[in-house]
Design a binder for this molecule. Structure first.
Ligand SMILES: Cc1ncc(COP(=O)(O)O)c(C=O)c1O
Length: 466
């Protein structure tokens, strides 16, 4: 049996406030993690290690006991203490998911995988996150860490300070009449819809635009609603064709997802009259209203009837989905019920993230980012239209354009583009009923302009082929 080592690199600080046994167990744990102490290796006896380090034997015994308890060490009867074989998950787990083959034959490919495989990912849904001002980002997180202490009783509506600065932001940026008591801070649109669905839609009928945001459908279904497709046309949801008996209607009036219509005021008024007459709660997904390049952002539907409309907002498109911050705008009564539901579900939004968001808003960093990104996306949109304008439809807004094509042509172009390394989304993904339109979506959020140009050139070439 190999002799235990007597020369372990262990450095303890006698002046530190941390107890010596705690320092020792941590140091040993690190040596095992790093592979300096290897599985199966025999540890020095507590007496020998204590002598070597000039510690009392009790300190070493306590450290060993801790490591026994955690499963790092094991004792073999009569022969001493040994290092257990532990999977070094902290080192062995790759930082990114494993790469898969390009999706020429189908199957889901994440954006990270697509990038790693050198594909041009023009699927919609992702914003450009690489121009987030990193100095402002770090400043905000640093300030949040310094100023926001751990809270043992966070407000289920969200941090009061964030609700206050956010209300100001929504008044300025979206022209909304909103006060802190109208807001519930969420982790994003999906989360907001989940809470609203849990409160209002379970066991009832919920309308979702068709074609429409498939995740909204998934969430409502998962909360026990019967999801009913609601037809849309080039302007948005068709009020005259709304189904009966809806408890809730999920809609995207600023920029219909995915067809791109903007709901005109006359139709907005009719939608609200219908909602009042039928007692339906409207849920307005305001996901990318800030990205409009011809005129100022349209006012929210919410402003026309704050009792009938719950608005869901998010920073996923305007900043990054990685932050995980969104909000619900509702009446104070509904906000109170949503907050009570969150308590019951033990559902929270992290306090430090909320504080960071408040700093970004207060410093004007979010406004600056929005202004920069509006210009950037407008440029990218112009680039896409320069190549694909003769096929594209949709409003001058958002982060994607739509190419209506016949069913067969859609499938053919999508497959050919994939074989040339360009990923596109098919409208059928967003359709549940009988499709009224077939076509492809071209997103310009997540690929840098050079790649976007290349992708559009390839696509235009394919579209020109007979
Ligand atoms: C229609 C629509 N709503 C909302 C979102 C953002 O959702 P979340 O805030 O949950 O990230 C997206 C993102 O792709 C979207 O396409």
């Amino acid at each position: 049996m190999p002799r235990p080592r007597a020369d372990l690199p262990l450095h303890l600080d006698r002046d530190a406030s941390e107890a010596l046994n705690v320092q020792l167990s941590r140091a040993l744990r690190e040596l095992m993690r790093a592979g300096v102490l290897t599985p199966g290796e025999r540890m020095p006896s507590s007496r020998a290690l204590a002598a070597e380090l000039g510690l009392s034997r009790t300190v070493v015994t306590e450290a060993y006991q801790q490591l026994y308890a955690e499963g790092w060490l094991e004792g073999r009867h009569g022969s001493g203490t040994f290092v257990v074989h532990v999977e070094k998950s902290g080192h062995a787990v790759p930082r990114r998911p494993p790469r898969e083959d390009p999706p020429v034959g189908g199957g889901f490919v994440s954006r990270t995988e697509a990038r790693a495989a050198g594909l041009l990912d023009l699927r919609p849904g992702a914003p450009w996150v690489h121009d987030v001002d990193r100095a402002a980002w770090k400043r905000a997180w640093r300030r949040a860490a310094a100023e926001h202490p751990p809270d043992d009783d966070p407000d289920p509506r969200g941090l009061p300070w964030l609700r206050e600065v956010l209300a100001g932001h929504l008044r300025r940026a979206r022209g909304m009449v909103v006060r802190p008591e109208n807001l519930v801070i969420t982790r994003g649109t999906g989360h907001g819809l989940d809470l609203v669905a849990a409160l209002l839609a379970a066991g009832g009928r919920a309308g979702v635009e068709d074609p429409g945001y498939e995740r909204a459908r998934n969430i409502l279904q998962a909360r026990g609603a019967e999801v009913v497709p609601c037809p849309v046309d080039h302007e948005g949801v068709v009020v005259d064709r709304l189904p009966d008996g809806l408890r809730l209607l999920y809609t995207t009036p600023a920029h219909q997802y995915p067809l791109g219509g903007r709901l005109p005021i006359a139709r907005r008024e009719r939608l609200l009259a219908w909602a009042r007459a039928t007692g339906t709660q409207i849920v307005e997904d305001d996901y990318d209203a800030e990205f409009r390049y011809d005129v100022a952002p349209l006012p929210a539907l919410h402003g026309l009837d704050p009792e009938r409309v719950i608005l869901l907002g998010t920073l996923s498109k305007t900043l990054t989905p990685d932050l995980g911050i969104g909000w619900i705008v509702a009446t104070p009564e509904l906000a109170t019920r949503l907050a009570a539901l969150r308590r019951r579900l033990v559902d929270r939004t992290g306090g430090t993230v909320q504080y960071t968001t408040a700093v970004l808003l207060e410093n004007g960093d979010l406004d600056r980012h929005l202004r920069r990104m509006r210009l950037e996306y407008a440029r990218r949109r112009a680039l896409v239209m320069e190549h694909l304008g003769e096929w594209a439809v949709g409003d001058t807004a958002g982060l994607h354009v739509l190419l209506p094509l016949g069913a067969a042509r859609t499938a053919e172009i999508k497959a050919k583009a994939a074989s040339r390394g360009v990923l596109l989304e098919d409208l059928t993904r967003y359709t549940r009923g009988e499709p009224s339109v077939h076509g492809l979506m071209v997103g310009y959020g997540s690929v840098a302009p050079a790649g976007l140009r290349r992708g559009c050139e390839i696509l235009a070439g394919l579209l020109r082929e007979p």
